[in-house]
Design a protein around this ligand. Sequence first.
Ligand SMILES: NC(=O)C1=CN([C@@H]2O[C@H](COP(=O)(O)OP(=O)(O)OC[C@H]3O[C@@H](n4cnc5c(N)ncnc54)[C@H](O)[C@@H]3O)[C@@H](O)[C@H]2O)C=CC1
Ligand SMILES: O=C(O)C(=O)Cc1ccc(O)cc1
Length: 367
Amino acid sequence: MNDVVVGFIGFGLIGGSLAHALREQNPKHKLTAYCYNRNKVNAGLTKALQDGVLNDIVYELEDLGECDLLFLCAPVLSNIAYLAQLKSILKPDCIITDVGSVKGNICKEAVALGLGSQFVGGHPMAGSEKTGYTNSSSRLLENAYYILTPTRETKNSITDTLFQLIKSLGSIPILLNPSEHDDITAAISHVPHIIASCLVNMVRKEDNEDKMKTLAAGGFKDITRIASSSPVMWQNICLTNTDSILRFLDKYIHSLNEVKESLQLNREAAIFDFFQDAGEYRDSIPNTSAGLLNKIYELYLDIIDETGAIATIATLLATNLISIKNIGIIHNREFEEGVLRIVFYSQNSCEAAASLLRKHNYTVYER
Ligand SMILES: NC(=O)C1=CN([C@@H]2O[C@H](COP(=O)(O)OP(=O)(O)OC[C@H]3O[C@@H](n4cnc5c(N)ncnc54)[C@H](O)[C@@H]3O)[C@@H](O)[C@H]2O)C=CC1
Ligand SMILES: O=C(O)C(=O)Cc1ccc(O)cc1
């Protein structure tokens, strides 16, 4: 798609990231965002205009009438509600898509309104617990799966065009039907978000003297990071993917009860198998291919366990202008002795670091 007019309704983390990527792909695209609250200065939209990411901010939906492509990037229930208002405004050949985390309801609504032929549901499987344009970046979408869910009426040419566009932005488009999408995301994203928040709330309620908070170590913070996500966004997801979420919550509650019973009955083997099975499956999830998070550029190396060993490596990399995103010792099955894991911002810096460290006689493992 060349020099197209692209509209955005909702311009936060995901809308902003798409706009960054589109702008980098073609400086001639005309990118316009709708400001839904005229009375409140929208810092994100203003900044995007200053950055040259947006060409225009509009305050009336009618002003989106020239769009060739429209991204709905607000919370799920708002995206659904906009469809009815846009029906009489958009051109019949405008491609309408959304980025919401739930696909069944919006696809149904598009068909019910007679917009089914020009609508394709979309869901970038990338993001974070952060919100807003200030946290957006084209890198968020790089190498991330981007699910597309055409309705039963979507024209093939429209699905193909969007598929190619998503690919050109650096994501990996895949097609799913909406209900399959909603089941998968309930299991791998929606229920885990509920569980993370339950865990945090359990500690919050029991932590009378803040001792738990003080002592909460890496593991607790790792598995509860997503509890810091936008409450509005997750409220909307729970209210729209309720059936699938309830089904997987039941399965989860069942597995919790199984563990509880194993503990009550002191079933040593069952407790061991429970952790072993989970660990094996967890370790089989690809680390270096696209997943829910961005691609990870990482390498591992053996280091001598002595004061200053990590600092020496960090200095070596810094003096060669290689930036480190994360660094730390890890212990897992694969490296029984523990190794230093270093995460980089790009494939290039990861490769440059590997060759530099080998030149300095470090043993480097790339996976
Ligand atoms: N955060 C994430 O990691 C991911 C989020 N999504 C989906 O993307 C959508 C947007 O989420 P984020 O960008 O993360 O949230 P965000 O909070 O960063 O951005 C949402 C934007 O929508 C605006 N907004 C709220 N109500 C609105 C309305 N009625 N009309 C117009 N604009 C409105 C907000 O002012 C904000 O700028 C959601 O539907 C979410 O389910 C999809 C993939 C990942
Ligand atoms: O931060 C994370 O790990 C996420 O899980 C981000 C995320 C949130 C919502 C989605 O629909 C997709 C991805």
